[in-house]
Design a protein around this ligand. Structure first.
Ligand SMILES: Cc1cc2nc3c(=O)[nH]c(=O)nc-3n(C[C@H](O)[C@H](O)[C@H](O)COP(=O)(O)O)c2cc1C
Length: 320
């Protein structure tokens, strides 16, 4: 698949997830076989004024290419300025979020609120495409709710204004993250536009990704919650799609090593106080696959340093 001039090696991509898909997470997923990776959504207003926290959320490096940086907002000029910053930071693609169901954003007429307003999305895309030289993609839902399916109209409007790819999360904004997903809308969208279509929603196991591509005809599939604590899903999905031999599941020690790599990266990126606050949630996604999870969950809350965490990982994951 090619997004503008950007070559994406294969169909299995990482979905954008707030609080998760930072640089360390994306690099790990890439190492385990994700093709295109995306940052989490960051407010365009903050990016445009180069707010420190916003820029930290958009930390990137060439070793995770190709990668997209994602922004949300409703004001074309602000989105255009934020897109310039995303390009300057080194992202290969600027991704525009018109899908977020968070009430705070909907109240401001941003994110998923724009799914009810295809012309407004067209205006934003046009302004951003003019502002940057990298390709621009959009991330949308099926529509504001089950009764109003706007995805096809929006994708067509965005394509006309120069968008180079569309990712469709196959749920409505009203559904947030539960119920569905509606893969048939992805199939319809694929028929309606000529730019690459990536879909997401409901990929829990590697075999779901292969089934999704077969049923929808989409160019790519993005894995969201299915990869939390389980980066191996990318390799497994690629093997199934290629019709090759099944990839063996990871050993406990391999799980521990992957987790430690992620956490060490976060200590480096964020510094100890923030990395420690994030630790219980990040590590429980990995630890839940092994026996003794309840004890791990209790113990990880008392970890006060990277050294203590390494010890806990050695015990729980039996790494040497
Ligand atoms: C915790 C969480 C945070 C998310 N944050 C974002 C985000 O910042 N930007 C975005 O485009 N999509 C976001 N999504 C949606 C995912 O990219 C993806 O479309 C969706 O999770 C796919 O559904 P699945 O998790 O059922 O596979 C988020 C999803 C979850 C679960």
């Amino acid at each position: 698949m090619k997004i503008g001039p950007v070559r994406v090696a294969h169909a299995v991509a990482l979905a954008s997830m707030e609080e998760h898909t930072n640089y360390c997470f994306r690099r790990l997923m890439k190492q385990f076989g994700a093709s295109l990776v995306r940052s989490e959504r960051v407010d365009a207003v903050d990016v445009a004024r180069r707010d420190r926290r916003a820029l930290r959320l958009l930390h990137t490096a060439p070793d995770e290419s190709p990668r997209a940086g994602q922004i949300s907002g409703a004001e074309p000029a602000v989105m255009a300025e934020a897109a310039r910053v995303v390009e300057q930071l080194g992202f290969d693609i600027v991704d525009l979020n018109f899908e977020c169901p968070i009430r705070r954003l909907l109240g401001r007429g941003e994110g998923g609120a724009l799914m009810a307003d295809p012309p407004a999305i067209g205006r934003i895309v046009a302004a951003v495409v003019r502002a940057v030289s990298v390709p621009v993609s959009i991330k949308i839902r099926t529509g504001p709710d089950g009764e109003h399916v706007t995805a096809v109209d929006i994708a067509r409007a965005a394509e006309q204004e120069g968008a180079a790819a569309v990712e469709l999360h196959a749920r409505s904004v009203a559904q947030a993250y539960a119920g569905g997903p509606e893969w048939t809308t992805v199939a319809r969208l694929k028929q309606a536009v000529s730019v690459p279509v990536i879909g997401s929603g409901g990929i829990r196991e590697a075999s779901d990704a292969a089934r999704f591509l077969r049923q929808t005809g989409a160019d790519g599939v993005a894995i969201g919650r299915g990869c939390l604590g389980n980066p191996w899903i990318f390799r497994q999905a690629r093997a199934i799609i290629a019709g090759g031999a099944a990839v063996r599941p990871p050993t406990a020690a391999e799980r521990g090593r992957a987790l430690l790599q992620l956490v060490e990266g976060e200590f480096h990126l964020y510094g100890p106080p923030l990395a420690l606050r994030r630790l219980p949630r990040t590590s429980c996604y990995f630890a839940k696959f092994l026996p003794g999870f309840a004890e791990f969950r209790t113990n990880v809350r008392h970890v006060g340093s990277l050294q203590q965490f390494r010890r806990l990982v050695r015990e729980h994951f039996r790494t040497s």
